[in-house]
Design a protein around this ligand. Structure first.
Ligand SMILES: NC(=O)c1ccc[n+]([C@@H]2O[C@H](COP(=O)([O-])OP(=O)(O)OC[C@H]3O[C@@H](n4cnc5c(N)ncnc54)[C@H](O)[C@@H]3O)[C@@H](O)[C@H]2O)c1
Length: 277
């Protein structure tokens, strides 16, 4: 199966790296294209994938086509490609729905929200497929996504909230850790910021491994760390007081941004429709 990837920014490069690293896809079956050629050449030098000379070449040679451009670049590009109907079109763009994709392609379409951590073959790829996919196509697609981490099918109703956990998650965790490290240095200026950051990275790795290897719930881990009447309990009390409102606001704000993006994508599709009429 030939896999095409258009757009080699953060997500496109991650997919090339992850597919090659997992050996789920042979580099000879990967055809890539980016608006700026240098990024594609770098992927070719590193992994031996083929660089196409145009997006059309990718769209017309691939069986499975990942379009990894920003949300507002996606629909106009796909429309221009006039993809053959047998191509399975996959969008990774937040805010672009299955309905939007079905309006610009007559064949099977899917939506995936990948995560940067799939570069390490870990993390969750969220996906939802159109009813145009056969059962076999869905199975093959889920299996491909499973090769770069955990593939989790979700409805379009749930995908936005889940996106914040799995896909924004690495960035949000990094933001939380940076704030944690800076507070430590404010408290103890003798500790360098670099040392505090390294301590937290090692702590995150160890925490995730322990949770997984012992199949612990977060509550069970807390119980093992927070000695009764000890120090951690005090820290947890502060988190319980401060974090719920912060996370509620975070979900409200990201929901609003998703809504704005979806509105712009719909507006763009409507304008294009008018121009085409
Ligand atoms: N970054 C993430 O962690 C993440 C996670 C999930 C989903 N997404 C989605 O992935 C998409 C891409 O995000 P990103 O962070 O990789 O963005 P990015 O800006 O890093 O990459 C976009 C790439 O697309 C290329 N491009 C734009 N128009 C093109 C065209 N017509 N032909 C060929 N190449 C073109 C650009 O040159 C750029 O390299 C977005 O829609 C975003 O919603 C991103």
């Amino acid at each position: 199966m030939k896999i095409g990837i258009i757009g080699l920014g953060s997500m496109g490069q991650m997919l090339v790296t992850a597919f090659c690293k997992s050996k789920a896809v042979s580099p000879k079956d990967l055809l890539v294209y980016n608006r700026t050629r240098e990024k594609a050449d770098r992927m070719q030098e590193t992994y031996g994938v083929t660089v196409a000379s145009s997006a059309e070449e990718v769209g017309h040679s691939a069986d499975l086509l990942f379009v990894c451009t920003k949300p507002l670049d996606l629909l106009p590009l796909v429309k221009e490609l006039s993809l053959p109907s047998q191509v399975h079109l996959v969008s990774v763009a937040a805010g672009v729905s299955i309905e939007d994709l079905e309006a610009v392609h007559t064949g099977p379409v899917s939506k995936v929200i990948p995560t940067i951590t799939s570069q390490e073959l870990r993390g969750v790829s969220l996906y939802t497929c159109s009813s145009r996919l056969t059962g076999e196509q869905q199975k093959q697609f889920a299996s491909l996504l499973s090769s770069i981490g955990t593939a989790q099918e979700v409805s379009e109703q749930e995908i936005e909230t889940a996106t914040i956990l799995t896909s924004s998650g690495p960035g949000l965790l990094a933001g939380i850790m940076e704030s944690f490290a800076q507070a430590a240095v404010r408290k103890s200026p003798g500790l360098s910021l670099d040392t505090a950051r390294k301590m937290l990275v090692e702590t995150m790795l160890g925490t995730a491994q322990l949770l997984q290897s012992e199949q612990l719930g977060f509550d069970q881990l807390i119980e093992r760390v927070a000695t009764k009447g000890g120090i951690t309990e005090e820290g947890l009390r502060v988190l319980e007081k401060r974090l719920p409102a912060g996370f509620d606001e975070l979900f409200d704000m990201t929901e609003s941004k998703h809504a704005l993006l979806k509105e712009r994508v719909k507006q763009q599709a409507a304008n294009n429709q008018e121009k085409g009429d």
